[in-house]
Ligand binder design. Structure first.
Ligand SMILES: Nc1nc2c(c(=O)[nH]1)N[C@H]1C(S)=C(S)[C@@H](COP(=O)(O)O)O[C@H]1N2
Ligand SMILES: [Mo]
Length: 244
């Protein structure tokens, strides 16, 4: 079977409405639409800016350094301290199920880092706080056969992977806080992954599973041509030419 050829529409952000958005952006750039009309048109397609940006193209607008709330699904169920669980499974000595309170009781690491989506938008100096992934891995006891870590989301669809060496970095967090407080639902709360040195698509939202595996299992965007090594700046995150 030939490897799936990623199309230009397969970008982190889904392809929904891309042509319409491109048309609106072109009209905006040509001055056919005023700023307010452009914003209204985009909101008609995408929903309120900042709530949902399935194409990532709103990032091309001069709306400032703000997050776009991404979801490849129509959303995730709401989970809170009463029903949130994080399962650690696979090639470990001690399978674990952590509640939110369990995670809150562990040592927290603070980081201030830029957050950058591979589609181009960047939010400078975001505050992050949470449990180091490496601490959770040590607690579970990683088997010698494990070489990679797979992350799953309670949105039921998204997944991501890191090599074990990447996952053990000190700047990879199971994040409980971002910006100025607990990770909000739209940002993937109550718990999301935060992979500081890599593009945003590695930072799995609504994190519910961490599985130690014997090889890298391609995640949602890796299946669509993006690299397991999503280092910011060192690559465009893709294995191929995204413009082709
Ligand atoms: N479950 C899930 N996690 C996800 C995504 C997603 O669609 N679903 N999008 C990724 C991408 S491409 C980016 S840039 C960031 C965006 O995080 P934000 O929605 O908090 O801005 O989440 C990443 N994690
Ligand atoms: Mo992204």
């Amino acid at each position: 079977m030939p490897a799936e050829k990623p199309s230009a529409q397969d970008r982190p952000g889904a392809p929904v409405g891309r042509r319409v958005v491109l048309g609106l952006l072109a009209a905006g750039a040509a001055g056919v639409l005023g700023g307010a009309q452009l914003q209204k048109g985009l909101e008609a397609v995408l929903g309120p800016i900042g709530i949902r940006d399935p194409t990532g193209l709103v990032g091309l607008l001069p709306v400032g350094n703000t997050f776009r709330f991404y979801s490849v699904t129509s959303g995730a169920p709401k989970r809170d301290a009463s029903n949130y669980r994080l399962d650690i499974t696979g090639l470990v000595d001690n399978k674990r199920t952590h509640t939110l309170a369990d995670l809150q009781a562990m040592p927290q690491t603070n980081l201030v880092r830029d957050f950058q989506c591979v589609t181009g938008w960047r939010v400078p100096e975001v505050h992050w706080s949470g449990v180091r992934l490496s601490d959770l891995l040590d607690d579970a006891g990683v088997n010698s056969a494990a070489t990679a870590v797979r992350f799953t989301s309670f949105d039921g669809t998204y997944s991501e992977s890191l090599t074990l060496a990447q996952a053990r970095r000190a700047d990879v967090l199971v994040a409980l806080e971002m910006i100025d407080g607990p990770v909000t639902h739209n940002h993937g709360g109550p718990v999301r992954l935060y992979v500081a040195p890599m593009y945003g698509y590695k930072s799995c939202k609504w994190l519910s599973g961490i599985e130690l595996t014997s090889e890298v299992v391609p995640g949602y965007w890796e299946h669509r041509g993006y690299s397991i090594d999503g280092w910011v700046g060192q690559s465009n995150g893709r294995n191929d030419d995204p413009t082709s």
